[in-house]
Design a binder for this molecule. Structure first.
Ligand code: ADP
Ligand code: MG
Length: 246
């Protein structure tokens, strides 16, 4: 189980996350929805410790981190949490000067210190899984956006993370390319991959998630099953958001 409790984060005195608590259930997909600027990306970055929360607590399996502003975190715990998470970004963020397979291998070689042969075999298997076995030696910029994002998903999975974080994984893509990315994510979900997906695509959230949390102004305003949040929203802010985008 992954639990966030009372997470707070400000940037130059502006609160962006205000006492956020959220559980991410193992083997399920949790969708984090909400308008632009509501704090979705910041929450994902606080979860994988790309950002350090100012206050609150993160429990990730047997690792517990308590955040106190100005206080350093236990480095071993930070490393443990980073190793348990993989991240997929809106704009793919592949290394442009590395082939698809080299992108997927990179973390295994640099961080996990795997031998090249073993890393390459794992990377090729992951590219096959995302339907890109034939693009292993392709340069990222020769690939479509959908293909680049599938390489990025393979890369995020390379070190077998316990949690896959996806930050607007389809937002930079035309609908047909978004669909091929959603198909890959849906297949991972069927295999029981634990995912937290930040998205303003309500159809994506509705199709994939077992649990939906609606974030606005750094607060979880409402959460529940997709049927609850989309079908019978209770909070006025959720109702307006679902109506506007639905
Ligand atoms: P979302 O992903 O929901 O669009 P973000 O988490 O990106 O929201 O941003 C929430 C708020 O935090 C925005 O007002 C944004 O400008 C601000 N913010 C995010 N990251 C930073 C940063 N590194 N420095 C200053 N402000 C930031
Ligand atoms: Mg964002």
């Amino acid at each position: 189980m992954i639990r966030l409790r009372d997470i707070e984060k400000s940037f130059s005195g502006n609160p962006v996350l205000r006492k956020i608590s959220l559980d991410v259930r193992p083997g399920a997909v949790t969708a984090l929805i909400g308008p632009s600027g509501s704090g979705k990306s910041t929450l994902l970055r606080c979860l994988n410790l790309l950002e350090t929360s100012d206050a609150g607590q993160l429990e990730f399996d047997d690792v517990t981190l308590r955040f106190v502003k100005g206080q350093a975190l236990d480095k071993a715990k930070v490393l443990a949490v980073r190793r348990m998470t993989g991240m997929v970004f809106q704009n793919f963020q592949l290394f442009p000067h590395r082939t698809a397979v080299a992108n997927v291998m990179e973390g295994l070689i640099v961080v996990q210190k795997w031998p090249t042969d073993k890393a390459r075999a794992r990377a090729l298997a992951l590219l096959e899984k995302v339907g890109l076995a034939d693009k292993a030696e392709a340069w990222p910029l020769t690939l479509s956006g959908g293909q680049q994002q599938r390489v990025a998903i393979a890369r995020a999975l390379a070190a077998s993370p316990k949690l896959l974080l996806c930050d607007e994984p389809t937002s930079a893509l035309d609908p047909e390319l978004a669909a091929e990315v959603v198909d890959v994510l849906a297949a991972l979900a069927r295999e029981g991959t634990t995912m937290l997906i930040a998205t303003h695509d309500l159809r994506l959230a509705n199709r994939m998630a077992q649990h939906v949390a609606f974030l606005q102004d750094g607060v979880v305003v409402e959460e529940g099953t997709p049927a609850d949040v989309f079908g019978a929203p209770k909070d006025g802010r959720t109702i307006r958001f679902v109506r506007t985008l639905g």
